[in-house]
Ligand binder design. Sequence first.
Ligand SMILES: NC(=O)c1ccc[n+]([C@@H]2O[C@H](COP(=O)([O-])OP(=O)(O)OC[C@H]3O[C@@H](n4cnc5c(N)ncnc54)[C@H](O)[C@@H]3O)[C@@H](O)[C@H]2O)c1
Length: 347
Amino acid sequence: MINIGVIGYGYWGPNLVRNFAETPGLSVASVADFDPKKLEIVQKRYPGVNTTTRFQDLLENKDIDAIAIATPVNSHFELGMAALKAGKHLWLEKPMTETSEQARKLVEEAEKRKLVLIVDHTFMYTGAVRRMGDMVKSGELGQILYYDSTRINLGLFQRDVNVISDLAVHDFSILDYLLGEQPVAVSAVGTSHIPGTPENLAFITLSYSSGMIAHANVNWLAPVKVRQILIGGDQKMIVFDDLEPSEKIKIYDKGISFTDNPQQIYEMRVGYRTGDMWAPHIDATEALRVEGEHFVECIKNGKAPLTDGLLGLRVVQLIEAATRSMNERGRSVEINGLSMHQGRRVA
Ligand SMILES: NC(=O)c1ccc[n+]([C@@H]2O[C@H](COP(=O)([O-])OP(=O)(O)OC[C@H]3O[C@@H](n4cnc5c(N)ncnc54)[C@H](O)[C@@H]3O)[C@@H](O)[C@H]2O)c1
Protein backbone atom coordinates (compact mmCIF):
# COMPACT_ATOMS: atom_id res chain seq x y z
CA MET A 1 0.00 0.00 0.00
CA ILE A 2 1.36 3.42 -0.95
CA ASN A 3 0.54 6.14 1.58
CA ILE A 4 -0.09 9.50 -0.04
CA GLY A 5 -0.36 12.96 1.51
CA VAL A 6 -2.23 15.74 -0.32
CA ILE A 7 -1.26 19.42 -0.01
CA GLY A 8 -4.06 21.82 -1.01
CA TYR A 9 -7.79 21.13 -0.53
CA GLY A 10 -9.28 24.01 -2.53
CA TYR A 11 -11.12 23.40 -5.81
CA TRP A 12 -9.10 20.50 -7.29
CA GLY A 13 -7.66 18.86 -4.14
CA PRO A 14 -11.02 17.24 -3.16
CA ASN A 15 -11.14 15.46 -6.55
CA LEU A 16 -7.68 14.03 -5.89
CA VAL A 17 -8.54 12.86 -2.37
CA ARG A 18 -11.86 11.29 -3.50
CA ASN A 19 -10.16 9.34 -6.31
CA PHE A 20 -7.06 8.38 -4.32
CA ALA A 21 -9.32 7.07 -1.53
CA GLU A 22 -10.92 4.68 -4.04
CA THR A 23 -7.76 3.66 -5.90
CA PRO A 24 -6.47 0.15 -5.12
CA GLY A 25 -2.94 0.30 -3.73
CA LEU A 26 -3.26 3.93 -2.58
CA SER A 27 -4.19 5.13 0.89
CA VAL A 28 -4.73 8.79 1.76
CA ALA A 29 -2.73 9.29 4.95
CA SER A 30 -2.97 13.04 5.46
CA VAL A 31 -4.26 16.29 3.95
CA ALA A 32 -2.67 19.71 4.52
CA ASP A 33 -4.27 23.07 3.84
CA PHE A 34 -3.68 26.52 5.32
CA ASP A 35 -7.42 26.85 5.85
CA PRO A 36 -8.76 24.94 8.91
CA LYS A 37 -12.34 25.16 7.53
CA LYS A 38 -11.31 23.07 4.53
CA LEU A 39 -9.70 20.55 6.85
CA GLU A 40 -12.97 20.26 8.81
CA ILE A 41 -14.61 19.13 5.57
CA VAL A 42 -11.89 16.49 5.11
CA GLN A 43 -12.46 15.21 8.66
CA LYS A 44 -16.20 14.90 8.06
CA ARG A 45 -15.80 13.08 4.75
CA TYR A 46 -12.79 10.91 5.68
CA PRO A 47 -12.64 10.40 9.48
CA GLY A 48 -9.56 8.16 9.13
CA VAL A 49 -7.43 10.79 7.36
CA ASN A 50 -5.11 13.06 9.37
CA THR A 51 -5.29 16.79 8.69
CA THR A 52 -2.85 19.60 9.35
CA THR A 53 -2.27 23.25 8.47
CA ARG A 54 1.51 22.55 8.25
CA PHE A 55 2.54 20.89 4.97
CA GLN A 56 5.89 20.13 6.65
CA ASP A 57 4.11 17.52 8.80
CA LEU A 58 3.52 15.47 5.63
CA LEU A 59 7.14 15.74 4.52
CA GLU A 60 8.44 14.74 7.96
CA ASN A 61 6.09 11.73 8.20
CA LYS A 62 8.17 8.63 7.42
CA ASP A 63 5.02 6.58 6.71
CA ILE A 64 4.12 8.78 3.76
CA ASP A 65 5.57 7.54 0.45
CA ALA A 66 4.13 10.09 -1.99
CA ILE A 67 2.93 13.69 -1.97
CA ALA A 68 0.31 15.25 -4.25
CA ILE A 69 0.42 19.03 -4.64
CA ALA A 70 -2.81 20.82 -5.57
CA THR A 71 -1.90 24.37 -4.59
CA PRO A 72 -1.62 27.47 -6.84
CA VAL A 73 1.12 27.26 -9.49
CA ASN A 74 3.43 29.77 -7.79
CA SER A 75 4.00 27.30 -4.93
CA HIS A 76 4.56 24.15 -7.05
CA PHE A 77 8.33 24.46 -7.35
CA GLU A 78 9.07 25.13 -3.69
CA LEU A 79 6.69 22.45 -2.39
CA GLY A 80 7.62 19.93 -5.09
CA MET A 81 11.34 20.31 -4.45
CA ALA A 82 10.81 19.95 -0.68
CA ALA A 83 8.79 16.76 -1.25
CA LEU A 84 11.48 15.23 -3.50
CA LYS A 85 14.23 16.18 -1.05
CA ALA A 86 12.20 14.44 1.67
CA GLY A 87 12.35 11.28 -0.51
CA LYS A 88 8.69 11.30 -1.57
CA HIS A 89 7.30 10.35 -4.97
CA LEU A 90 5.57 13.39 -6.42
CA TRP A 91 2.19 14.11 -8.04
CA LEU A 92 2.18 17.69 -9.23
CA GLU A 93 -0.81 19.57 -10.59
CA LYS A 94 -0.70 21.19 -14.01
CA PRO A 95 0.95 23.38 -15.05
CA MET A 96 4.01 21.88 -13.45
CA THR A 97 5.77 25.14 -12.53
CA GLU A 98 5.86 28.84 -13.38
CA THR A 99 9.11 28.55 -15.38
CA SER A 100 10.82 25.88 -17.47
CA GLU A 101 13.97 26.32 -15.40
CA GLN A 102 12.06 25.28 -12.28
CA ALA A 103 10.49 22.33 -14.14
CA ARG A 104 13.91 21.16 -15.32
CA LYS A 105 15.28 21.28 -11.76
CA LEU A 106 12.41 19.11 -10.51
CA VAL A 107 12.95 16.59 -13.33
CA GLU A 108 16.66 16.39 -12.45
CA GLU A 109 16.00 16.04 -8.72
CA ALA A 110 13.46 13.24 -9.26
CA GLU A 111 15.84 11.45 -11.61
CA LYS A 112 18.76 11.78 -9.19
CA ARG A 113 16.70 10.33 -6.35
CA LYS A 114 14.96 7.69 -8.54
CA LEU A 115 11.56 9.00 -7.52
CA VAL A 116 8.46 9.00 -9.71
CA LEU A 117 7.29 12.44 -10.82
CA ILE A 118 3.86 12.60 -12.44
CA VAL A 119 2.29 15.81 -13.70
CA ASP A 120 -1.50 15.83 -13.62
CA HIS A 121 -2.33 16.47 -17.27
CA THR A 122 -5.67 14.81 -16.60
CA PHE A 123 -6.99 14.81 -20.18
CA MET A 124 -4.41 12.26 -21.23
CA TYR A 125 -6.11 9.72 -18.97
CA THR A 126 -9.65 10.28 -20.32
CA GLY A 127 -11.28 7.61 -22.47
CA ALA A 128 -11.97 10.25 -25.14
CA VAL A 129 -8.38 11.42 -25.57
CA ARG A 130 -7.04 7.86 -25.44
CA ARG A 131 -9.54 6.89 -28.15
CA MET A 132 -8.54 9.87 -30.31
CA GLY A 133 -4.89 8.92 -29.80
CA ASP A 134 -5.60 5.37 -31.01
CA MET A 135 -7.30 6.73 -34.12
CA VAL A 136 -4.53 9.19 -34.95
CA LYS A 137 -1.78 6.62 -34.33
CA SER A 138 -3.49 3.85 -36.34
CA GLY A 139 -3.71 6.17 -39.35
CA GLU A 140 -7.51 5.90 -39.45
CA LEU A 141 -7.88 9.67 -39.88
CA GLY A 142 -5.22 9.77 -42.58
CA GLN A 143 -2.73 12.61 -42.49
CA ILE A 144 -3.61 15.10 -39.74
CA LEU A 145 -4.19 18.51 -41.31
CA TYR A 146 -5.36 20.59 -38.38
CA TYR A 147 -6.42 20.69 -34.71
CA ASP A 148 -8.80 23.41 -33.61
CA SER A 149 -9.83 23.83 -29.98
CA THR A 150 -12.31 26.13 -28.24
CA ARG A 151 -12.23 26.46 -24.43
CA ILE A 152 -14.39 29.37 -23.43
CA ASN A 153 -16.68 30.21 -20.50
CA LEU A 154 -17.36 32.94 -17.95
CA GLY A 155 -14.55 32.74 -15.34
CA LEU A 156 -12.75 31.67 -13.28
CA PHE A 157 -10.46 34.71 -13.59
CA GLN A 158 -7.11 33.62 -12.13
CA ARG A 159 -4.88 36.09 -10.33
CA ASP A 160 -1.53 34.39 -10.75
CA VAL A 161 -1.63 32.80 -14.24
CA ASN A 162 -2.90 33.84 -17.66
CA VAL A 163 -5.54 32.00 -19.67
CA ILE A 164 -2.90 30.17 -21.73
CA SER A 165 -1.44 28.64 -18.59
CA ASP A 166 -4.92 27.79 -17.25
CA LEU A 167 -6.74 26.47 -20.35
CA ALA A 168 -4.45 26.12 -23.41
CA VAL A 169 -2.24 23.95 -21.20
CA HIS A 170 -4.77 21.16 -21.87
CA ASP A 171 -4.35 21.49 -25.64
CA PHE A 172 -0.56 21.51 -25.34
CA SER A 173 -0.61 18.20 -23.46
CA ILE A 174 -3.27 16.63 -25.72
CA LEU A 175 -1.33 17.62 -28.86
CA ASP A 176 1.87 16.20 -27.39
CA TYR A 177 0.05 12.91 -26.79
CA LEU A 178 -1.81 12.71 -30.09
CA LEU A 179 0.94 13.71 -32.46
CA GLY A 180 4.21 12.73 -30.82
CA GLU A 181 5.52 15.62 -32.93
CA GLN A 182 6.58 18.95 -31.47
CA PRO A 183 5.60 22.34 -32.93
CA VAL A 184 8.31 24.42 -34.58
CA ALA A 185 6.76 27.83 -33.90
CA VAL A 186 3.99 29.48 -31.90
CA SER A 187 2.17 32.72 -32.41
CA ALA A 188 -0.35 34.11 -29.92
CA VAL A 189 -2.38 37.24 -29.45
CA GLY A 190 -4.32 37.95 -26.31
CA THR A 191 -5.46 40.63 -23.95
CA SER A 192 -6.52 41.41 -20.40
CA HIS A 193 -9.80 43.24 -19.97
CA ILE A 194 -9.03 44.09 -16.35
CA PRO A 195 -5.96 46.32 -16.08
CA GLY A 196 -3.13 44.83 -14.05
CA THR A 197 -4.36 41.24 -14.26
CA PRO A 198 -3.16 38.33 -16.45
CA GLU A 199 -4.57 37.96 -19.99
CA ASN A 200 -8.08 36.46 -19.96
CA LEU A 201 -8.42 35.86 -23.72
CA ALA A 202 -5.93 34.40 -26.21
CA PHE A 203 -5.80 32.94 -29.70
CA ILE A 204 -2.80 30.65 -30.11
CA THR A 205 -1.50 29.03 -33.28
CA LEU A 206 1.12 26.28 -33.33
CA SER A 207 2.92 25.34 -36.57
CA TYR A 208 4.43 21.91 -37.22
CA SER A 209 7.09 20.88 -39.72
CA SER A 210 4.61 18.38 -41.26
CA GLY A 211 2.40 21.35 -42.23
CA MET A 212 -0.12 20.57 -39.49
CA ILE A 213 -1.61 23.64 -37.81
CA ALA A 214 -3.07 23.71 -34.32
CA HIS A 215 -5.20 26.53 -32.98
CA ALA A 216 -6.66 27.19 -29.53
CA ASN A 217 -9.21 29.83 -28.61
CA VAL A 218 -9.18 30.27 -24.82
CA ASN A 219 -11.32 32.85 -23.03
CA TRP A 220 -12.64 33.45 -19.49
CA LEU A 221 -15.02 36.17 -20.73
CA ALA A 222 -17.54 34.25 -22.82
CA PRO A 223 -21.29 34.03 -22.24
CA VAL A 224 -21.43 30.29 -22.91
CA LYS A 225 -19.26 27.35 -21.97
CA VAL A 226 -17.69 25.49 -24.89
CA ARG A 227 -15.14 22.68 -24.71
CA GLN A 228 -14.71 21.45 -28.25
CA ILE A 229 -11.86 20.09 -30.36
CA LEU A 230 -11.96 19.45 -34.11
CA ILE A 231 -9.30 17.22 -35.61
CA GLY A 232 -9.19 17.25 -39.39
CA GLY A 233 -7.54 14.34 -41.16
CA ASP A 234 -7.44 13.87 -44.92
CA GLN A 235 -9.48 10.64 -44.53
CA LYS A 236 -11.76 11.28 -41.54
CA MET A 237 -12.45 14.03 -39.04
CA ILE A 238 -13.27 14.07 -35.32
CA VAL A 239 -15.42 16.39 -33.24
CA PHE A 240 -14.80 16.02 -29.49
CA ASP A 241 -17.35 17.81 -27.32
CA ASP A 242 -16.36 17.35 -23.69
CA LEU A 243 -19.67 18.78 -22.43
CA GLU A 244 -21.71 16.01 -24.09
CA PRO A 245 -22.73 13.55 -21.37
CA SER A 246 -22.38 10.63 -23.79
CA GLU A 247 -21.24 10.52 -27.42
CA LYS A 248 -18.37 12.89 -26.61
CA ILE A 249 -16.59 11.88 -29.81
CA LYS A 250 -18.15 11.90 -33.26
CA ILE A 251 -16.22 10.60 -36.24
CA TYR A 252 -17.11 11.95 -39.65
CA ASP A 253 -16.22 10.10 -42.82
CA LYS A 254 -16.03 13.39 -44.72
CA GLY A 255 -13.35 15.03 -46.78
CA ILE A 256 -12.36 16.35 -50.16
CA SER A 257 -10.69 15.09 -53.29
CA PHE A 258 -9.24 17.23 -56.00
CA THR A 259 -7.88 16.71 -59.46
CA ASP A 260 -5.10 18.24 -61.53
CA ASN A 261 -6.46 16.63 -64.70
CA PRO A 262 -6.05 19.29 -67.48
CA GLN A 263 -9.24 18.07 -69.18
CA GLN A 264 -11.18 19.06 -66.09
CA ILE A 265 -9.40 22.35 -65.65
CA TYR A 266 -12.54 24.39 -66.33
CA GLU A 267 -14.63 22.30 -64.00
CA MET A 268 -14.72 22.32 -60.25
CA ARG A 269 -11.37 20.81 -59.09
CA VAL A 270 -12.53 20.01 -55.58
CA GLY A 271 -14.94 17.17 -54.94
CA TYR A 272 -16.68 16.73 -51.59
CA ARG A 273 -17.06 13.37 -49.92
CA THR A 274 -19.78 12.97 -47.30
CA GLY A 275 -20.02 9.56 -45.69
CA ASP A 276 -21.27 8.27 -42.35
CA MET A 277 -20.96 9.77 -38.91
CA TRP A 278 -20.71 7.56 -35.83
CA ALA A 279 -20.01 7.91 -32.13
CA PRO A 280 -17.72 5.19 -30.78
CA HIS A 281 -18.06 3.79 -27.28
CA ILE A 282 -15.75 5.65 -24.89
CA ASP A 283 -14.45 4.28 -21.58
CA ALA A 284 -16.19 6.47 -18.98
CA THR A 285 -13.86 5.67 -16.03
CA GLU A 286 -12.95 8.91 -14.27
CA ALA A 287 -9.56 10.07 -15.54
CA LEU A 288 -8.14 10.69 -12.06
CA ARG A 289 -8.93 7.12 -11.13
CA VAL A 290 -7.03 5.80 -14.19
CA GLU A 291 -4.19 8.19 -13.43
CA GLY A 292 -4.06 7.17 -9.75
CA GLU A 293 -3.71 3.50 -10.71
CA HIS A 294 -1.02 4.43 -13.24
CA PHE A 295 0.88 6.36 -10.53
CA VAL A 296 0.81 3.29 -8.24
CA GLU A 297 2.03 1.06 -11.06
CA CYS A 298 4.89 3.46 -11.91
CA ILE A 299 6.00 3.59 -8.26
CA LYS A 300 5.86 -0.20 -7.90
CA ASN A 301 7.68 -0.92 -11.16
CA GLY A 302 10.03 2.08 -11.34
CA LYS A 303 8.43 3.21 -14.61
CA ALA A 304 8.22 6.76 -15.96
CA PRO A 305 4.58 7.91 -16.11
CA LEU A 306 2.82 8.77 -19.35
CA THR A 307 2.66 12.35 -18.09
CA ASP A 308 6.15 12.47 -16.66
CA GLY A 309 8.19 15.52 -15.67
CA LEU A 310 9.56 15.88 -19.20
CA LEU A 311 6.04 16.16 -20.62
CA GLY A 312 5.28 18.70 -17.88
CA LEU A 313 8.45 20.59 -18.84
CA ARG A 314 7.57 20.62 -22.57
CA VAL A 315 4.15 22.05 -21.74
CA VAL A 316 5.71 24.79 -19.58
CA GLN A 317 8.15 25.57 -22.44
CA LEU A 318 5.16 26.02 -24.78
CA ILE A 319 3.34 28.23 -22.26
CA GLU A 320 6.46 30.40 -22.02
CA ALA A 321 6.86 30.62 -25.81
CA ALA A 322 3.16 31.43 -26.35
CA THR A 323 3.22 34.06 -23.60
CA ARG A 324 6.36 35.63 -25.11
CA SER A 325 4.63 35.80 -28.49
CA MET A 326 1.52 37.32 -26.90
CA ASN A 327 3.65 39.98 -25.18
CA GLU A 328 5.13 40.82 -28.59
CA ARG A 329 1.73 41.10 -30.33
CA GLY A 330 1.78 37.75 -32.03
CA ARG A 331 5.39 37.63 -33.26
CA SER A 332 6.16 34.07 -34.34
CA VAL A 333 8.39 32.50 -31.68
CA GLU A 334 10.48 29.55 -32.79
CA ILE A 335 10.54 26.49 -30.60
CA ASN A 336 13.78 24.58 -30.49
CA GLY A 337 14.71 21.42 -28.69
CA LEU A 338 11.77 20.62 -26.45
CA SER A 339 12.81 18.07 -23.85
CA MET A 340 12.01 14.53 -25.02
CA HIS A 341 12.98 11.04 -23.75
CA GLN A 342 9.56 9.68 -22.92
CA GLY A 343 9.22 6.09 -21.87
CA ARG A 344 12.49 5.83 -19.96
CA ARG A 345 12.62 4.07 -16.60
CA VAL A 346 13.22 5.97 -13.40
CA ALA A 347 14.82 3.07 -11.56
N1 LIG B 1 -5.82 18.79 -13.63
C1 LIG B 1 -6.85 19.61 -13.82
O1 LIG B 1 -7.68 19.45 -14.71
C2 LIG B 1 -6.98 20.78 -12.88
C3 LIG B 1 -8.21 21.42 -12.71
C4 LIG B 1 -8.27 22.50 -11.82
C5 LIG B 1 -7.14 22.93 -11.15
N2 LIG B 1 -5.95 22.29 -11.39
C6 LIG B 1 -4.71 22.73 -10.75
O2 LIG B 1 -4.76 22.48 -9.36
C7 LIG B 1 -3.98 23.45 -8.66
C8 LIG B 1 -4.83 24.08 -7.57
O3 LIG B 1 -5.90 24.77 -8.18
P1 LIG B 1 -7.23 25.08 -7.36
O4 LIG B 1 -8.16 25.69 -8.36
O5 LIG B 1 -7.67 23.90 -6.58
O6 LIG B 1 -6.71 26.22 -6.35
P2 LIG B 1 -7.44 26.75 -5.05
O7 LIG B 1 -6.91 28.12 -4.83
O8 LIG B 1 -8.92 26.55 -5.14
O9 LIG B 1 -6.93 25.80 -3.88
C9 LIG B 1 -5.61 25.77 -3.43
C10 LIG B 1 -5.60 25.36 -1.96
O10 LIG B 1 -4.25 25.20 -1.56
C11 LIG B 1 -4.09 25.72 -0.25
N3 LIG B 1 -2.66 26.02 -0.08
C12 LIG B 1 -1.90 26.86 -0.82
N4 LIG B 1 -0.61 26.80 -0.44
C13 LIG B 1 -0.55 25.89 0.57
C14 LIG B 1 0.50 25.37 1.37
N5 LIG B 1 1.77 25.77 1.21
N6 LIG B 1 0.19 24.47 2.34
C15 LIG B 1 -1.08 24.05 2.50
N7 LIG B 1 -2.13 24.50 1.75
C16 LIG B 1 -1.85 25.40 0.80
C17 LIG B 1 -5.02 26.90 -0.21
O11 LIG B 1 -5.37 27.23 1.14
C18 LIG B 1 -6.21 26.41 -1.02
O12 LIG B 1 -7.19 25.79 -0.22
C19 LIG B 1 -3.49 24.43 -9.74
O13 LIG B 1 -2.21 24.08 -10.14
C20 LIG B 1 -4.47 24.22 -10.87
O14 LIG B 1 -3.94 24.54 -12.15
C21 LIG B 1 -5.87 21.22 -12.21
